[in-house]
Design a protein around this ligand. Structure first.
Ligand code: PEP
Length: 254
């Protein structure tokens, strides 16, 4: 089953007007130079940079995404951003349920599911993140945790057209530690099996499952060549255009 590789950058809470715009311009310039990239590129800057980055990406095949949204369309939710606002700012994607949101803001899988449904209704694609902590892995619970998060976080009517999954072991994010390729392959296969039960084999077979957690130019090839790994969600290395693009190049997808 062919699934277009997605190379997604999660800038997290990084970037002011000057350096954020420069980063977007550098990514855009590198992608514009590519003849026919076989992969899809996406950058997810902080909310404050969305419209500026959108302009900087003009003419380049790089999609724009946000890092979170509320489930409501509008109203009394101080500090929140609705899916409709993201769409209005030029986003086509939103990351949901990142472990930093689950930890810092106590987001549950049920809330993530509600947000994902609202984002889909607004015409956004979602990247729904799941992943185990180190203690869960050491206790042999990684598969159970990820399976449970998929069951509870992915809406019943999600499809491969509106949903991407990201497997991000919490202990691998920003640490330089990466699971063995065997462990990554095992979790991705379990996620696809769970998606098949929940959404049907057709959707599960076409749905992209990204790996995230210390992806760098030097480990991209071995991670992205695994059968059920359909791209990468990249934090730290997405803050340098050179590294972000090198990940796709080294993986052989552009
Ligand atoms: C992330 O936070 O989504 C992530 C994968 O970060 P890093 O690449 O820095 O580990």
């Amino acid at each position: 089953m062919s699934r277009k590789t997605l190379i997604a950058g999660n800038w997290k809470m990084n970037g002011l007007l000057t350096d954020g715009t420069a980063l977007a311009k550098d990514v855009a310039a590198a992608v514009r130079k590519m003849e026919k990239p076989e992969c899809e590129f996406l950058v997810c800057p902080p909310f404050t940079l969305l419209t500026t980055v959108k302009k900087a990406l003009r003419g380049a095949k790089v999609a724009l995404g946000a890092q979170d949204c509320h489930f409501a369309e509008k109203g009394a939710h101080t500090g929140d951003i609705s899916p409709q606002m993201l769409k209005d700012a030029g986003c086509s994607y939103v990351i949901l349920g990142h472990s930093e949101r689950r930890t810092d803001h106590g987001e549950t899988s049920e809330l993530v599911c509600k947000k994902a449904g609202a984002a889909h209704d607004a015409g956004l694609k979602t990247i729904i993140c799941v992943g185990e902590t180190l203690s869960e892995r050491e206790a042999g619970k990684a598969l159970d945790v990820c399976t449970r998060q998929i069951i509870d976080s992915v809406p019943e009517n999600a499809t491969s057209a509106d949903t991407v999954i990201a497997y991000e072991p919490v202990w691998a994010i920003g640490t330089g530690k990466v699971p063995t390729t065997g462990d990554v392959a095992e979790v991705h296969a379990a996620i696809r099996k769970t998606l098949a039960k929940k959404l049907g084999k057709g959707n599960a077979g076409k749905m992209r499952i990204l790996y995230g957690g210390s992806v760098k130019p030097n480990n991209a090839k071995e991670l992205l060549s695994l059968e059920d790994v359909d791209g990468a969600l990249i934090g730290g290395a997405s803050l340098k255009a050179e590294d972000f693009i090198a990940i796709a190049k080294n993986a052989g997808v552009c």
